[in-house]
Design a protein around this ligand. Structure first.
Ligand code: SF4
Length: 361
């Protein structure tokens, strides 16, 4: 149930004052009006925490300093700079958007909310954040952190993942947007959600909203934001082939959509497959005589909607046939693993192998 706003602009004033005194001011993408830099940072910050983004952001900007450079770069290069950050559709959409900006906006990042919203990978909240930071345009944001702050402060009960409650939160978010200082307000909401009104143990005693906060005053912090009945996370398992020849390993490019779309990866095969038969028929591999396929340590990986166990199987390769040189397949030198565009768990498997190969020498 919604409670009434208790004073015109009070919430926004508290957020803005707090941001100016205690918020974050020196992040690498702050103190600029360059919409390109702000856009890249906002996309990286979707689903990823600030500390993890900082290093990736610096490398990405060094390689792709502007929209023209990003649009002209091969997708592979972009994916390589994203490898390890996760949610790879974000990188594909950044690249696609850069190409669109060159084709439809004359190479200039669009200047209105609707145009920004029309770019792939940009939703209502991200478009508003970009327009606030780059152009000082007034608009409401509602990412996961902001949902938590609003649900607690205004006592919005019900499952935040439901359409109905999300719509209620959007109404609150729209209602509270101030007419001025939109940059400090937007940053303040983000900062408060990330550093004070955290999921586990919010630091209520440091919070500027404490006196009016419904969750704090009614002892409902644990119940807000509300979640529906917890669903069991589905679990999947898969087998990956680790075909090693001298100091290189065979990798293949994954299809453009689906998990890790467009990234290079170890070939994935059905759990029950005959690994040698697949290696031979699909990749033209002749295994080394007397060396049987060897199971390596399994890896657990969590996605938003399911968990995955990867069972890697090592095959020592005697001979590389022509079919292993086809497009979408390549032999990667073990020394290049750390810089290759590989999903994090695949990189983990290969780095362990590389480490073992080094310590053997
Ligand atoms: S008082 Fe506590 S629960 Fe309420 S908004 Fe602040 S940090 Fe969050």
């Amino acid at each position: 149930m919604l409670r009434q706003n208790d004073g015109m602009g009070q919430f926004a004033k508290q957020i803005i004052t707090w941001q100016q005194q205690s918020g974050r001011h020196d992040l690498p993408w702050q103190n600029t009006r360059d919409p390109y830099q702000i856009w890249v940072s906002e996309i990286m910050l979707q689903q990823t925490q600030v500390n993890a983004v900082i290093g990736y952001y610096a490398k990405f900007m060094a390689r792709f300093p502007d929209v023209a450079t990003l649009a002209a770069a091969p997708l592979d290069d972009v994916m390589q700079h994203w490898a390890g950050l996760g949610y790879y559709a974000r990188a594909r959409n950044l690249h696609k958007s850069a190409v669109m900006i060159m084709a439809h906006f004359g190479g200039v990042f669009p200047g209105t909310f609707d145009e920004v919203l029309s770019l792939p990978g940009i939703g209502r909240s991200t478009a508003a954040a970009i327009c606030a930071f780059a152009y000082g345009q007034r608009g409401a944001i509602l990412d996961g952190n902001v949902k938590r702050v609003l649900a607690r402060r205004f006592g919005v009960t019900g499952d935040v993942r439901s359409k109905l409650i999300e719509e209620q939160l959007w109404q609150v978010a729209e209602r509270e947007v101030p007419n001025n200082d939109i940059e400090a307000y937007t940053q303040g909401l983000m900062d408060l959600g990330a550093t004070v009104c955290t999921r586990g143990q919010p630091s209520c005693l440091l919070c500027p909203l404490r006196r009016q906060c419904v969750a704090f005053n009614d002892g409902m912090i644990d119940q807000l934001p509300g979640r529906g009945a917890r669903k069991e996370t589905p679990h999947r398992q898969t087998r990956m082939l680790v075909m090693l020849h001298a100091n290189s390993v065979l990798i293949e490019r994954r299809p453009p959509t689906g998990i890790w779309g467009g990234l290079w990866s170890l070939p994935e095969i059905a759990m029950e497959s005959d690994v040698l038969a697949v290696a031979k028929s699909k990749f033209g591999i002749t295994p080394s005589k007397g060396r049987r396929p060897r199971p390596l340590a399994e890896i657990e990986h969590g996605f938003t909607h399911y968990s995955l166990t990867i069972y890697p199987t090592e095959i020592a390769v005697a001979k590389r046939e022509l079919s292993a040189e086809e497009p979408g397949i390549l032999w990667l030198d073990l020394a290049d693993i750390s810089t290759a565009a590989l999903p994090a768990p695949v990189k983990k498997i290969l780095l362990a192998l590389e480490h073992k190969a080094k310590t053997k020498k």
